[in-house]
Design a protein around this ligand. Structure first.
Ligand code: GLC
Length: 452
């Protein structure tokens, strides 16, 4: 009897010991690739690239032009026979994104105007009705598969073209709402989404938008989320599938709402948000869709700093381009992506797979970090170089194992000094500075402890 009890206890011990051990190993998560990627390309492209932002003398339109210029449906439909982007080259677009250091592409399968860039059996208002007659998403999906980039689709819930979508625009008096049925619209949208998840290889993210109108409800969001996850269990879906987005700040109000990540728009949260997945989407100039008059381009330095700022707060950066109706990405965007790529080639290690900064604020720049066994690697991104060549890291309590400049292949040791219990100083006098931001690597013992 005694033997049996001891034997049983041994078994229980072994089982619990192995299950405890199991817990230490991080379970793979369907969000992992996205969290590690940090940087993606947004593409807003459709019929609106033809008017290129200009209508009857006003020049500030873009992808909203049908609404902002109040263009009647029949007139907007005329763009279909004009859409012929003969210079479109999927391999070149994907290579451009890849060389910029981006890991995924989110393109508008359908924007608010309802026009589809893919061959949809559910509508004629698609690229197959244009003179171009080439399935743009198919070409991109092949190019992405070849080059190892994850393809994702932006799909607008709001639809100004489908007869069943409600509400109508209030200026649209010639399109009566009688007979329109929102439920039929939803089932049409589901069929299209099924096409998108079936015919274009593995899709990383469905990025919804236009969820704010009253006809879209929490129940519809929940149903759509579950429908898509059933079709594609690993799919990632943004929070605009439901009604929980808090305005342009973009984060989900509370956990009753569906969606895998928050979507700040044209802004970056003020601080890191540990445990919250989010992605800031932003334009390079002031419009999402192509606007030929908009030359207000952000500088490459600003964009690199934004990417670093976002990574230091644990988010992703989805940077937008708006191609022309000929299928050309504006040169100003191409140039900036090239600059960002040059920086990423030297410093990508300090962006990909990193975690939120342990510091509340660093006067000279930002920090990202990575676990390395029992140690932590801190990446110090220096925007403002110290005049005296002494980089001050305030409050760090850990023992420093080594310090070097990231781009220095020889990893020449930098002098580190602890001036008092609140300050570590790294001598960066001999460091060769990079354009935009220089990364200093500080390997420390244990998890970072920062004293205020
Ligand atoms: C806004 C706009 C839309 C754009 C989107 C990108 O919601 O309606 O045009 O696609 O932002 O986040």
């Amino acid at each position: 009897m005694k033997k049996l009890i001891i034997f049983n206890l041994l078994i229980i011990f072994l089982i619990s010991a192995t299950s405890c051990k199991k817990k230490e190993v991080k379970e793979p998560d369907r969000m992992d690739w996205w969290r590690e990627a940090r940087f993606g390309l947004f593409i807003h492209w459709g019929l609106y690239s033809i008017p290129a932002g200009e209508w009857k003398g006003r020049t500030d339109h873009a992808e909203w032009i049908r609404e902002s210029a109040q263009i009647p449906l029949e007139q907007y439909d005329e763009f279909v026979s004009q859409f012929n982007p003969v210079n479109f080259n999927a391999d070149e677009w994907v290579a451009m994104a890849k060389n910029a250091g981006m890991k995924y592409i989110v393109i508008t399968s359908k924007h608010h105007d309802g026009f589809c860039l893919f061959d949809s059996k559910e509508t004629d208002f698609d690229v197959m009705s244009t003179p171009f007659k080439r399935d743009i998403l198919k070409e991109l999906s092949d190019a992405c598969a070849k080059q190892g980039i994850t393809l994702c689709f932006y799909h607008s819930i709001m639809d100004w073209h489908h007869p069943d979508y409600l509400p109508r625009r209030n200026w649209e008096t010639s399109r009566p709402a009688e007979g329109a049925n929102m439920d039929s619209y939803v089932s049409h949208m589901k069929k299209q989404l099924k096409e998108l998840l079936t015919n274009y290889g593995k899709i990383g993210v469905i990025w919804f938008d236009g969820e704010w109108e009253d006809t879209w409800t929490h129940d519809r969001g929940k149903d759509l989320y579950n429908y898509l996850r059933k079709l594609s269990p690993d799919l990632i879906i943004n929070n605009r599938v439901d009604k929980g987005r808090s305005g342009m700040a973009g984060l989900t109000k509370d956990s009753t709402y569906f969606g895998d990540f928050g979507t700040p728009e044209q802004e970056i949260p003020l601080t890191g948000l540990p445990g919250v997945d989010w992605e800031s989407c932003m334009t390079v100039n002031d419009h999402w869709g192509y606007n030929k008059n908009d030359q207000n381009w952000k500088s490459s330095e600003d964009l690199v700093h934004k990417l670093i700022d976002i990574a230091s707060k644990g988010g992703n950066f989805l940077l937008n381009v708006g191609p022309t109706s000929e299928g050309v990405i504006p040169q100003a965007s191409v140039d900036r992506l090239k600059d960002m790529g040059d920086w990423m080639k030297e410093n990508g290690e300090a962006i990909y797979e990193t975690q939120v900064s342990p510091f509340e604020k660093l006067d000279w720049g930002r920090c990202t970090q990575k676990e390395d066994g029992k140690n932590t690697v801190l990446y110090l991104h220096v925007f403002d170089w110290p005049n005296d060549g002494k980089l001050v890291i305030p409050g760090l309590q850990n023992k420093v194992v080594e310090a070097y400049a990231l781009k220095d292949k020889s990893k020449a040791e930098l002098d580190v000094e602890k001036t008092d219990d609140k300050t570590i100083t790294v001598d960066v006098n001999n460091v060769d500075q990079s354009k935009y931001a220089t990364v200093i690597v500080l390997e420390i013992k244990g998890k970072p402890v920062v004293k205020k």
